[in-house]
Design a protein around this ligand. Structure first.
Ligand code: F6P
Length: 326
């Protein structure tokens, strides 16, 4: 392994730059050359690739987004696209690639490995929805962004005796919702995982049972996945709650602001650890692996095995949220 490539793919996440920096500096320290591949797997199809020196990654550890840009790449799903990528690697002398992204990016890494370009993937997504790791890069920063915004929202919600419905990101999993819901003292948290329990009707009952002349403001956190699956958007939820409870209600969708911002300590350190380990694995001749954290240790799995794993639903956290929020 003389030259490794590094790319970021899928939705961006704060801490991706810290991972790029760690991969680059670790590889250079291990006497390998590094090439930055731009816009995810697209860079392999368009030949947008640069040589990286230690200075290419100076002053990026604290920056959100990704200096390599990111994209989803449908052209890389058919095998012809993957083979074109393999040819680019041959032309550029790239012997292995570190892929930083979510599980869609893992599939690209697996396909490239199967076609002869060894890849190691690093989990990075604000959703924390990857089963083969307890933690994905970007989750902590995104939660803190959402929490700060919700704290601000509570000020005005309380002043006006209103109910705020806050939609947070999380297409397939409610980890941001449950954590920020607890952190901000939400009265109800609606996610895909709790659909049967924390229904909108139950949330309404909780408001009716809790409201008094003195206490009349409420925060309801709802995950993006919940509104998508139930096909009731945050504004419609607000209208429903207002009609049923008499409490004036407003919807706020936090949206992509959750994906930006300077990464937290946790994200910078996690990215640095996983970047280091990913390069070590390539150097050891391993391929088709994904790195991650399990019970405070750094682990790695074969990519298909990782994709088959099921993540736990955070039942304990939901039980706690239900007990202490009213
Ligand atoms: O990266 C994860 C995520 O932010 C999800 O929470 C969200 O559903 C999705 O990406 C949004 O993707 P896009 O930026 O392509 O709209």
């Amino acid at each position: 392994m003389k030259t490794i490539g590094v790319l970021t793919s899928g939705g961006d996440a704060p801490g991706m730059n810290a991972a790029i920096r760690s991969v680059t500096r670790t590889a250079l320290a291990m006497d390998m050359s590094v090439k930055g591949i731009y816009r995810g797997f697209n860079g392999l199809l368009t030949n947008h690739i640069d040589d990286f020196s230690p200075r290419s990654v100076s002053n990026i550890i604290g920056r959100g987004g990704t200096i390599l840009y990111t994209a989803r790449c449908p052209e890389f799903i058919p095998i012809e696209g993957v083979r074109k990528g393999v040819q680019t690697c041959k032309n550029e002398g790239i012997d292995g690639i570190v892929v930083i992204g979510g599980d869609g990016s893992f599939r690209g890494a697996r396909d490239l490995s199967n076609e002869g370009v060894p890849c190691v993937a690093i989990p990075a997504t604000i959703d924390n929805d990857i089963a083969s790791t307890n933690y994905t890069i970007g989750f902590d920063t995104a939660m803190n962004t959402a929490m700060e915004l919700m704290d601000k929202l509570r000020d005005t919600t309380q002043s006006h005796d209103r109910c705020s419905i806050v939609e947070v990101m999380g297409r397939r999993a409610g980890y941001i919702a449950i954590h920020t819901g607890i952190a901000c003292g939400a009265n109800s948290i609606l996610t895909l995982e709790t659909k049967d329990d924390y229904t909108i009707d139950n949330a309404i009952k909780r408001i009716i049972n809790t409201k008094t002349n003195r206490y009349r403001h409420f925060i309801i956190v709802v995950s993006e996945g919940y509104t998508a699956e139930t096909k009731v958007d945050a504004n419609s939820l607000a209208k429903k709650i207002e009609a049923a409870t008499g409490i004036e209600s407003r919807a706020t969708i936090l949206g992509h602001v959750q994906r930006g911002g300077t990464p937290s300590v946790r994200d910078r350190v996690a990215a640095s650890q996983l970047g280091y380990r990913a390069v070590e694995l390539l150097k050891e001749g391993k391929e088709n692996r994904v790195v991650g954290f399990m019970k405070n240790s750094i682990v790695d799995y074969e990519i298909n095995a990782a994709l088959d794993m099921k993540k736990d639903n955070n039942d304990e956290l939901f039980k706690i949220a239900k007990t202490i929020s009213f």
